[in-house]
Design a protein around this ligand. Structure first.
Ligand SMILES: NC(=O)c1ccc[n+]([C@@H]2O[C@H](COP(=O)([O-])OP(=O)(O)OC[C@H]3O[C@@H](n4cnc5c(N)ncnc54)[C@H](O)[C@@H]3O)[C@@H](O)[C@H]2O)c1
Length: 324
C-alpha cells in the first residue's frame, strides 16, 4: 500500500502548502479538516475528508484502511486574542483533541508525528534572537496549548517511543499563487493580507501600538515564507525516518521587520500609499520576536530560501489578486 501522510488541518494555510510538497514526493495525502474558515480547496492531489479531527470513527477508518507513515498535525484554533476570551474552546480543540489523535496513532502503531508549534511558547523574550533553550513562559492560552502538547509529546516519546518533531514557527507569510495556495483565514488577523487589502480597497490600516521598545516604536516580527515552513516538514519527516530521535526546532529567518517597515515595503511593491491609523497596543503583543534557527540548520539541514521580504510580499499580493 502507498505510504500515506495524514494531515489534520491540511486545508488550512500552512498545512495545504505542506500537503502540496509531500504529494510531490510521492506520498498519498489524506487531509482531515473541518474548514473553519469556509476556505476554498479544490485540488485533486489530496484526498480531503471534511470532518473534525477528533471524530473517532473517521480516524479509525483512516488508520485501518491506509498505510499511514506519519501524521503532520496543523489543525488548531490559531488566534491568540480569541484564546484569551475563549480558553475552554482552545484547550479542547488544541490540546484535548490532539491527545486523542496521539492515542489513536498509538493504537494503530503509527509513531511519527510532526507538530505545528509556535514561537508563542516563549512569551516575553529575555534574550534575542530566541533559540530553543530560551525559557518558555507563554502569556496566552494559545501559547500554553502549544507548550502543553510539547510536554505530552516528550512524555509519549519517552514512554511509548512515539517520535516527534515540533516546529516552532515564527510569523508564516507569503503564498504559492501559481498552485492556487495562500492565506484564507476568516477573520484575517495577519498583517500582510490586512495591509494588502487596505491598500487595494483604500481602507485604513490600523497599527496597534506605537510605543514599543524598537527603533521606530512599532513591534518587530520574523516573517518566514510558508514554502520554507513546508520544506521544513519534508526534512522533519526525513529526520524521523533516519534517526531514532525526537526534537524541537525554531523556524524563522533570524531577521525581523517592524510594522512600519512592512507598511513601507508594501507601499513600494503596490506603488500606492496606505491610509494609517495609530491605535492602542494589543494586550500580549511583545516588542520583538526574532528566531535563531541554527538548530534546524544543523539537525535538519534547513535554511530559509524563499523568505526575502520582496518574495513574501510579491507572492502574497499575487495571491490576494487571484482570490478576489
Ligand atoms: N500562521 C502562523 O503564522 C502560525 C505561526 C505559528 C504556529 N502556527 C500553527 O500552525 C498551524 C497552522 O496554522 P495556519 O495559519 O495554517 O492556520 P489555518 O487556520 O489556516 O489552518 C488550520 C486548519 O485546521 C482546521 N481545523 C481547526 N480545528 C479543527 C478541528 N477540530 N477539526 C478539523 N479541522 C480543524 C481549520 O479548518 C483550518 O483549515 C496551527 O496549528 C497554528 O497554531 C501558525
Amino acid at each position: 500500500m502507498q505510504k500515506t501522510i495524514l494531515i489534520p488541518g491540511g486545508a488550512g494555510y500552512i498545512g495545504s502548502h505542506t500537503a502540496y510538497l509531500m504529494q510531490k514526493l510521492g506520498y498519498k495525502i489524506i487531509i482531515l479538516d473541518k474548514f473553519i474558515h469556509n476556505q476554498k480547496f479544490d485540488h485533486n492531489w489530496a484526498t480531503v475528508i471534511k470532518a473534525d479531527f477528533a471524530d473517532k470513527n473517521i480516524l479509525e477508518q483512516i488508520f485501518t484502511e491506509n498505510n499511514i507513515e506519519a501524521v503532520m498535525h496543523f489543525a488548531a484554533f490559531i488566534e491568540v486574542g480569541e484564546s484569551v476570551k475563549k480558553p475552554k474552546d482552545f484547550y479542547e480543540n488544541n490540546v484535548i483533541k490532539t491527545l486523542n489523535l496521539l492515542d489513536t496513532m498509538l493504537k494503530y502503531n503509527v509513531k511519527k508525528f510532526v507538530f505545528s508549534s509556535s514561537c508563542a511558547v516563549y512569551g516575553n523574550p529575555i534574550k534575542l534572537p530566541l533559540d530553543e533553550n530560551h525559557p518558555t513562559n507563554p502569556i496566552s492560552p494559545y501559547g500554553k496549548n502549544k507548550l502543553i502538547v510539547e510536554f505530552a509529546l516528550q512524555d509519549y516519546f519517552n514512554a511509548y517511543n512515539l517520535q516527534y518533531v515540533s516546529l516552532r514557527y515564527f510569523n508564516a507569510a507569503g503564498a504559492l499563487p501559481t498552485i492556487g495556495l495562500g492565506e484564507q483565514h476568516n477573520p484575517e488577523t495577519h498583517i500582510i493580507p490586512l495591509i494588502l487589502r487596505a491598500i487595494k480597497n483604500k481602507k485604513i490600516f490600523k497599527i496597534f501600538g506605537s510605543n514599543y521598545n524598537t527603533p521606530d516604536k512599532t513591534c518587530i516580527r520574523d516573517y518566514i515564507h510558508v514554502l520554507d515552513i513546508a520544506q521544513a516538514h519534508v526534512l522533519a519527516l526525513k529526520y524521523l525516518e533516519n534517526t531514532a530521535r525526537s526534537n524541537i526546532f525554531n523556524l524563522g529567518t533570524g531577521h525581523g521587520y517592524s510594522v512600519k517597515e512592512m507598511v513601507e515595503h508594501a507601499q513600494k511593491i503596490c506603488k500606492q500609499e496606505l491610509l494609517i491609523e495609530n491605535c492602542d497596543a494589543r494586550a500580549g503583543d511583545v516588542d520583538i520576536l526574532v528566531a535563531n534557527y541554527n538548530k534546524a540548520k544543523e539537525n535538519l539541514g534547513w535554511e530559509p530560501k524563499f523568505s526575502s521580504l520582496d518574495n513574501i510580499l510579491q507572492s502574497a499580493l499575487e495571491w490576494e489578486n487571484r482570490i478576489k
